[in-house]
Design a protein around this ligand. Structure first.
Ligand code: MN
Length: 228
């Protein structure tokens, strides 16, 4: 049920994105999945995904996460995605919804800090701990009032809490590569038939399509770029 909007927007014969196995997978044992995809679509953004009740709750963050507790990052809630999406890295073909290059930028697990997650989401303030490769520690998503009436398109702010993982380090700038393949966006586009020039605009300046180091790295790991 919750994946209807996700599926309606996509042509699964054309896009390599997963359709998702069930309507909403049964609760698995163990940890909840956390992932962030860096997505060079019509605009560059980072898609935060948190597994909850068999789907990935999703927020599009134009500037990406900041480790600095003084910085609030706009996060627009988007349609729920299937659990399988947490493995997706590749190219969404031109003309398809979200056309462009997708990088799996970070992945791990998360834990709610709120006793009642559903209530915290409803009330618009949900605290959680991330255990990723790039993002860790305590974070909060706070819904902001006054940006439209559609609850599935609500606007939130992603903020780092003060803890040992808080930092003024620019994590998106300093860690621009895929957490699974070490590729840059331009490498992914090159390997999978995407628009290299366009994808490279999402990579840090000087590390784009001409970076030989990126090529060397992508060559080494190219065979395991599609997990599962
Ligand atoms: Mn996206």
């Amino acid at each position: 049920m919750k994946l209807n909007e996700y599926r309606k927007k996509r042509q699964f014969g054309v896009t390599p994105e997963p359709r998702g196995a069930g309507d909403a997978q049964k609760k698995r044992n163990g940890s909840l999945i956390y992932a962030i995809q860096k997505h060079m679509a019509s605009h560059l953004h980072y898609d935060l995904r948190l597994e909850w009740r068999g789907v990935l709750l999703s927020w599009a963050i134009p500037k990406g996460p900041s480790l600095d507790p003084a910085v609030k990052r706009l996060a627009m809630q988007t349609e729920d995605h299937p659990i399988e999406y947490s493995h997706f890295e590749g190219v969404i073909p031109a003309g398809q919804y979200g056309a462009g290059t997708v990088m799996l930028w970070d992945r791990g697990t998360w834990q709610p800090e709120s006793a009642d997650v559903d209530a915290s989401l409803r009330e618009g303030e949900t605290k959680f701990t991330l255990q990723g490769k790039k993002l860790q520690g305590s974070w909060v998503l706070v819904r902001t009032p006054g940006f439209g009436k559609n609850p599935s398109r609500s606007t939130w702010l992603l903020i780092k809490h003060r803890d040992e993982y808080a930092s003024t380090k620019d994590v998106t700038e300093e860690e621009p590569r895929s957490v699974v393949s070490r590729r840059l966006l331009a490498d992914i586009a090159r390997d999978e038939g995407g628009d290299i020039e366009r994808a490279s605009q999402g990579d840090p300046a000087g590390q784009g399509r001409n970076a030989t180091s990126a090529k060397a790295v992508s060559g080494r790991v190219a065979r395991r770029r599609r997990p599962s």
